[in-house]
Design a binder for this molecule. Structure first.
Ligand code: SAH
Ligand code: SF4
Ligand code: F3S
Length: 468
């Protein structure tokens, strides 16, 4: 198997670099060199890392899950909150000792955090053992970067964010074989005032529908049972393109692909969620009955400061419209607590919206100021401790609601995707189309298949029994 991975369709100059890197590695190593990839952040980053792994394998590397003995270590980073960045600095710092032991090892940092100039500068001057730093729009040039590093010996910093066309046909090595990510678009145009993503990911660009359908077909053929369509705001898919295919139409096209699989998607910005999309979800039997609709705040005043471009009332209207049109729909959401200027009164509006909508689950965050965003410059008088108390109050409320939503499933028959063996002998765990986990007695051979399960009870997980 040594150095035998096929080179796929890919920009010709990068294919040539891949070939050269393979030759160099082949002459330097007696067995395939090892690459270790650490990924932070959202699914977009996880998906990017799968393409990075695909390129590395095509160049002759083999993947390893530890930096010990690795010849190439890469950190794919996230900048969305300060905490994410702190972890990266700590872990990249830990590479110093590895590098001392293996001076030929290449240490690389890429992704959203690396895209910020002040961060790249910091790696340049304070982390001399980092060999390669590259941004979110030049990932496909990894073969060239490795080639240059191996032959020229200079450190490389490449951050251009020029919004060129999407590079297709990058080799991909997916992490799982049941569920897979499929990016349909990149970047973001929304500029929510707290958010760094538009600055580090550039303007919105949609992939051609043919490319998406082709990739989805290949995934189904390869046995994937769940395809997660990715975009910072999938609802604006196709905007500015000539093909006239919007997200609702794209969903219908993917739904028409033959095979037994489920379609999920995220994220859906409430301001662009149309009735046409709700109807597509209702009509497409393969599309999950869950809408991830990040509300961020329940206060119209704060939503305006956040530049979310909807009000509490509009958001609720959308929720009610979705309930009306999609039987059994469940909702999930993202919420930020402690946005600059938020008062306890505003926070209580978030709390009351959470109670009213009854989300199955929530992703909750305390506001983290991001350098260069408008919100980072806004006055923020509430202390971290106070925000922490509000945050805890929100979690307590959601715990009660989450349990209630789980219990509502008792007595129902649900279709689950069998995902893994349970820690309980003889049992497996499956996920419903609303992403609830169900444990039931069953054979391991069910893993990777769909099954109908009757929900019998709820303890700390839903317990079910397999239908004949
Ligand atoms: N594009 C997606 C979200 C991407 S970031 C959307 O619009 O919903 C994921 C979540 O991180 C956001 O929904 C938001 O809740 C949170 N987030 C983003 N920036 C943040 C910040 N500066 N502080 C705290 N949370 C933040
Ligand atoms: Fe950030 Fe808003 Fe874009 Fe989501 S829609 S990535 S929150 S700017
Ligand atoms: Fe983080 Fe970038 Fe995703 S900032 S949340 S990895 S788009």
């Amino acid at each position: 198997m040594l150095f035998s991975a096929p080179l796929s369709l890919y920009p010709p100059e990068q294919t040539a670099y891949m070939q050269r890197v393979r030759e160099i590695l082949f002459s330097k190593y007696s067995s395939p060199p090892k690459a270790h990839i650490i990924t932070y952040g959202c699914q977009q980053n996880v998906s990017d890392s799968e393409r990075i792994k695909g390129m590395l394998i095509a160049m002759g590397y083999t993947l390893t899950d530890s930096p010990d003995g690795a010849d190439f270590v890469l950190f794919n980073t996230c900048a969305v909150r300060g905490h994410a960045e702190d972890r990266v600095y700590g872990n990249v710092g830990g590479m110093k000792q590895y590098k001392r032991r293996r001076p030929n090892m290449i240490v690389a940092v890429c992704g959203c955090m690396a895209q910020q100039e002040q961060v790249a500068e910091k790696f340049k001057f304070s982390y001399p053992y980092v060999d390669l730093v590259f941004g979110t729009q030049v990932e496909h040039r990894l073969p060239e970067f490795i080639y240059r590093r191996l032959t020229e010996g200079k450190r490389i910093f490449e951050l251009s964010l020029d919004n060129k066309d999407i590079v297709e046909d990058i080799p991909v090595s997916r992490d799982g074989d049941i569920k897979g990510w499929l990016p349909i678009m990149y970047g973001c145009n929304n500029f929510c005032t707290y958010c760094i993503v538009p600055y580090v990911r550039g303007r919105e660009r949609s992939r051609e529908p043919e490319k998406i359908i082709e990739e989805a077909r290949n995934m189904v053929k390869a046995g994937y049972k769940e395809i997660m369509l990715l975009g910072q705001n999938v609802n604006s898919y196709g905007a500015g393109c000539d093909h006239g295919i919007n997200f609702a139409k794209l969903l219908r096209m993917i739904n028409d692909i033959e095979g037994d699989f489920r379609i999920r998607f995220m994220t859906s910005h409430p301001k662009d969620c149309t009735v046409e999309l709700l109807d597509a979800i209702r009509d497409c039997e393969k599309v999950e009955r869950r809408l991830h609709l990040p509300m961020q705040s329940g206060s119209s005043r704060i939503l305006k400061l956040m530049n979310r471009r909807y009000t509490r009332e509009k958001y609720l209207e959308l929720i009610n419209e979705a309930k009306k049109r999609i039987p059994d729909v469940v909702f999930t959401s993202d919420i930020i607590v402690g946005f600059p200027g938020e008062t306890y009164e505003d926070f209580k509006e978030t709390l009351s919206l959470v109670k009213e909508v009854e989300y199955s689950s929530l992703f909750t965050f305390i506001f983290s100021p991001r350098e260069g965003t408008p919100a980072a410059a806004m006055e923020d008088p509430i202390s971290r401790e106070e925000k922490g108390r509000w945050f805890a109050e929100l979690l307590r409320e959601q715990d009660i609601i989450g349990l209630k939503k789980q219990r509502e499933l008792v007595g129902k028959i649900v279709r689950v995707l069998c995902e893994e063996a349970s820690s309980r002998e003889g049992y497996i765990v499956g996920k419903t189309a609303g992403t609830a986990s169900v444990e039931f007695e069953g054979d391991l051979s069910l893993i990777g298949k769909f099954a109908d399960v009757k929900i019998e009870s709820f303890t700390n997980i839903l317990n079910g029994s397999l239908m004949e």
